[in-house]
Ligand binder design. Structure first.
Ligand code: UD1
Ligand code: UDP
Length: 379
């Protein structure tokens, strides 16, 4: 029997072990429903946190809220250039996977933690499983696109959220390893929606003295390097927010706060009458904000999908999306950082609510589908 460092039993002979790699905000949210389904399905899970995100608002809060166990191992890798960060994770994950000796290593999405977990596992005698496989933006300059491509091609089991993702995998010759499971974000949103009302007053938690009424504010998030690192784009986005006729609640990612400061834009936001600049919000509070907002302005991948599932119109600050279903349904509009298109997106007419079913993202039972696929791989 392998005995991992710090006392985690890798195999007790009865229950198969899954080693899950997480590290960044969206991964804690996506892993939560799968953790619950794995436990219910008779698997032991060893949760490894790379430490890519470490602020309480980007990490700790999700472990407090999402009913997932604390990580068994925290690698404490922290921030750095892509090469440095991914390299440190790769080395530490390789050691950990070898020590735990799991049957499956599960990685989520498209961050540097995903890629490091993918490379580390593919070099060892374990089965690499990629949740959210097959997504493509078509923009190779995006760090996430490279991470997705490389992880998909390294993985043994590809779990695709949508039919589109299955088609992308087929185009790359990966169909044999691919399974369509639905999207775990639908599971996460369903779970949170039932619990979000318990967050009595998200505005009070955020220290907002004069909160806007439901339906009378815009929610904004920005964190893609394409928007934060390009001064002209960031300036245009800030101007759109400060010119907004409705108040804008803006939970700023630390990358964005740093970029705003660097480009001399932070003061304009802090002093703006229309912008309520706050720290990142926990998931339950954020689901409440997405549900209550008139519309959401974002460059996040997860938020485009969640707004679609929650029935809130989305204005996306990008030129392309991995989630074209939201655009085809008329529920998401891609405006890049073009001033006129952003303003039109903010004030234009609200579309019809997307049809309830069939949802391109499944019915919120992707996590149990994933466990069924793993059962099938074992048998
Ligand atoms: C990462 C992912 C991105 C994902 C996002 C989710 C990569 C390449 N990017 O982007 O795909 O959409 O997470 O939020 O993996 N920082 C802090 N505190 C933290 C974490 C980061 O202050 O807890 C600051 C550091 O200055 C750091 C910067 O944010 O350099 C960027 O963090 P990093 O994890 O490299 O990328 P994200 O922009 O968060
Ligand atoms: N989110 C959150 N609090 C926030 C902003 C986002 O809980 O202040 C959640 C959001 O609901 C989604 C996920 O974080 O589930 C998206 O993370 P992010 O936008 O950082 O990454 P991406 O999805 O673009 O990779």
């Amino acid at each position: 029997m392998a005995e991992a460092a710090d006392g985690v039993d890798a195999a007790d002979g009865a229950r198969p072990t899954v080693l899950t790699v997480v590290g960044a905000r969206p991964q804690f949210i996506k892993a939560a429903p799968v953790s619950r389904a794995l436990a219910a399905g008779g698997y032991d899970e060893v949760l490894v946190h790379t430490g890519q995100h470490y602020d309480d608002g980007l990490s700790g809060v999700f472990f407090d809220e999402l009913d997932i166990p604390r990580p068994d191992y925290h690698l404490g890798v922290g921030s750095g250039s892509h090469g440095e960060q991914t390299g440190r994770m790769l080395s530490a994950l390789g050691e950990r996977i070898a020590a735990v000796d799991p049957e499956f290593v599960v990685v989520y999405g498209d961050t540097n933690s995903t890629l490091a977990g993918g490379i580390a596992a593919s070099k060892l005698d374990t089965t690499l499983v990629h949740v959210e496989a097959g997504l493509r933006s078509g923009r190779r300059e995006m760090p996430e696109e490279v991470n997705r491509l490389m992880t998909d091609h390294a993985a043994d089991v590809l779990l695709a959220p949508t039919e589109r993702a299955m088609e992308s995998l087929a185009r790359e010759g990966l169909s044999e390893r691919a399974h369509r499971t639905g999207d775990v974000s639908a599971d996460a949103v369903r779970w949170a929606r039932e619990r979000a009302p318990a967050v009595a007053d998200v505005f009070a938690d955020l220290g907002v003295d004069d909160p806007p009424a439901a339906g009378e504010f815009v929610l904004a998030t920005v964190h893609r390097p394409r928007n934060t690192d390009d001064g002209a784009r960031l300036r245009a986005i800030v101007k759109t927010l400060t010119d907004s006729p409705l108040p804008v609640v803006f939970p700023a990612h630390p990358r964005t706060t740093a970029a705003l400061e660097e480009h001399g834009l932070l003061e304009a936001l802090e002093e703006s009458e229309s912008v309520i600049l706050v720290e990142p919000v926990g998931y339950l509070g954020f689901v409440r904000l997405m549900s209550a907002a008139d519309r959401v302005l974002t460059d996040s991948g997860g938020v485009q999908k969640e707004t679609f599932l929650l029935g809130t119109p989305c204005v996306t600050l990008r030129e392309e999306t991995e989630w074209p279903e939201t655009v085809e349904a008329g529920w998401n509009v891609l405006v890049g950082a073009d001033p006129e298109a952003m303003a039109a997106g903010l004030t234009g007419e609200v579309p019809e609510a997307p049809a309830d079913s069939p949802s391109p993202y499944g019915d919120g039972d992707a996590a149990s589908e994933i466990v069924e696929v793993l059962d099938g791989v074992r048998s």
